[in-house]
Design a protein around this ligand. Structure first.
Ligand code: ACO
Length: 320
C-alpha cells in the first residue's frame, strides 16, 4: 500500500540587518512624523541593510540557519526558490542562484518568483506541489528583501512603510497530515496592477495606499474564512495567526472579521515594518525564537501584495 506523502514545514529562520532606523530618524529626511506613522501603520522602527549588503546576503544568512535547524546538509537541498521584489540584479541572475552558490549548492534548480508581499505563501504552494508529486525531498524557500533599495526617500507615502530582512524555511515531507502543510491558497488579479508597482521608468515602489488598504481587508477576510471552512477548521483551533506584516490596522481588521482571538495574532510590524516576502517567515521565526512555537502547532497565514496577489495557508509546524 502506498502511503501518502505530504509537504511539511521542517524549519524556520530569519535574519535582520543591524542598522535600526526609527520613525524619528525618518522625520529628518522626509515630511512625516513619528505620530503619523505609528497611528496609521503601527510601525515604530525598521532595519535597513548596509550599502554593500544585498538581498542575497540577507537570504543566505537566514537560509544557513534554516538548513541547520532542519538537520540536513546544504547538499541535501533539491531546489532553492527565492521570493523578492528587491533582487540583487534587475533581471538576472536570480537571487536564488546567488544564495545557492553562497551555500555551496551547485547543479540544483534555483529560481526567483515575483509575487511581492504574497511571496512566502506562493513559495509554500510551489514547494508543496513539488514535494507531494514525489519529485523532491527537501526544498529551501527564502523571502529576502532589501526594500530600502527600491524606496524613494522623497516619497513619504511609501518610504516610511518598509524594512529589510529575510526569512527562510526547509520544506520536507511527512506521512502524517497533523505534521503537514494542510492547504495553500494563492490568487491574483492584474486588474489592480497599477495600485502597487515599480514603474518601468523608475526603480521605486509606487502605491495607492488607501485603495490597496480597502482591497486588502476585504480580500483577506474572505480568503481566510474560505480556507478555514474548506478544511473544516474553526478559528479557535488555530494556535497562531501569522498575517503579512504591512499595517497593524489591516491585521486587526482581518482578525476581528474572522473572529480570531487577539492573543493568537503574531505582530512584528512595529519592530520591522513591512519586509514584503520576508515578513511571514520572519514573524514565524520570532515566535520560534521566543520558544512559543511548538512542534504540532497549527498556523494560519495570510498575505496580500503587488500584482495584486494574495493567499493563505493552514499548516502544522513540524520543526524542533
Ligand atoms: N507622513 C505624514 N503624512 C502622510 C504620510 C507620511 N508618511 N503619508 C501619507 N500622508 C498623508 C497623505 O498625504 C494624506 O494627506 P491629505 O489627507 O492631506 O491628502 C493623509 O496622510 C492620508 O493619506 P492616506 O493614504 O489616505 O492614508 P491611509 O490612512 O490610507 O494610510 C497607508 C496610508 C498606511 C499606506 C495605508 O493606506 C496602507 O497601509 N495601505 C496598504 C498597504 C499594503 O498593505 N500594501 C500591500 C503590501 S506591500 C507590497 O506588496 C509591496
Amino acid at each position: 500500500m502506498n502511503t501518502k506523502i505530504y509537504a511539511s514545514l521542517k524549519s524556520i529562520a530569519s535574519f535582520v540587518p543591524n542598522r535600526n532606523v526609527s520613525n524619528k530618524d525618518l522625520e529628518k529626511i522626509v515630511d512625516t512624523s513619528d505620530d503619523w506613522i505609528t497611528k496609521r501603520t503601527g510601525i515604530e522602527g525598521r532595519y535597513f541593510a548596509e550599502d554593500n549588503q544585498k538581498s542575497s546576503d540577507l537570504g543566505f544568512e537566514a537560509a544557513k540557519i534554516a538548513i541547520h535547524r532542519a538537520n540536513i546538509k546544504a547538499t541535501d537541498v533539491d531546489m532553492i526558490i527565492c521570493a523578492t521584489l528587491s533582487p540583487d540584479y534587475l533581471a538576472m541572475p536570480s537571487t536564488a542562484t546567488i544564495i545557492s552558490y553562497k551555500l555551496g549548492i551547485e547543479n540544483k534548480p534555483a529560481f526567483d518568483i515575483s509575487s511581492a508581499c504574497s511571496g512566502f505563501i506562493y513559495l509554500l504552494s510551489i514547494a508543496k506541489a513539488y514535494i507531494e508529486s514525489g519529485m523532491y525531498d527537501n526544498i529551501l524557500i527564502i523571502g529576502a528583501e532589501k526594500t530600502s533599495s527600491v524606496l524613494d526617500f522623497r516619497d513619504r507615502n511609501t518610504c516610511v512603510l518598509f524594512g529589510d530582512g529575510a526569512g527562510a524555511a526547509v520544506i520536507g515531507k511527512t506521512n502524517e497530515i497533523k505534521k503537514a502543510i494542510v492547504d495553500v491558497h494563492i490568487s491574483a488579479n492584474g486588474k489592480y496592477a497599477n495600485l502597487l508597482m515599480t514603474p518601468m521608468d523608475s526603480p521605486f515602489i509606487k502605491m495607492k495606499g488607501n485603495e490597496v488598504f480597502k482591497l486588502a481587508v476585504k480580500t483577506l477576510a474572505n480568503d481566510v474564512e474560505e480556507i478555514l471552512k474548506k478544511n473544516n477548521i474553526k478559528p479557535k483551533d488555530i494556535d497562531f495567526f501569522i498575517p503579512h506584516q504591512a499595517n497593524l490596522r489591516i491585521i486587526n481588521a482581518v482578525g476581528n472579521m474572522v473572529d480570531i482571538d487577539s492573543s493568537k495574532i503574531v505582530l512584528t510590524v512595529q519592530k520591522y515594518g513591512n519586509t514584503s516576502a520576508a515578513s511571514i517567515p520572519m514573524a514565524i521565526d520570532e515566535i520560534y525564537r521566543e520558544r512559543k512555537l511548538k512542534n504540532g502547532d497549527l498556523l494560519l497565514l495570510d498575505a496580500f501584495g503587488g500584482g495584486l496577489t494574495w493567499g493563505s495557508s493552514l499548516l502544522y509546524f513540524n520543526g524542533s
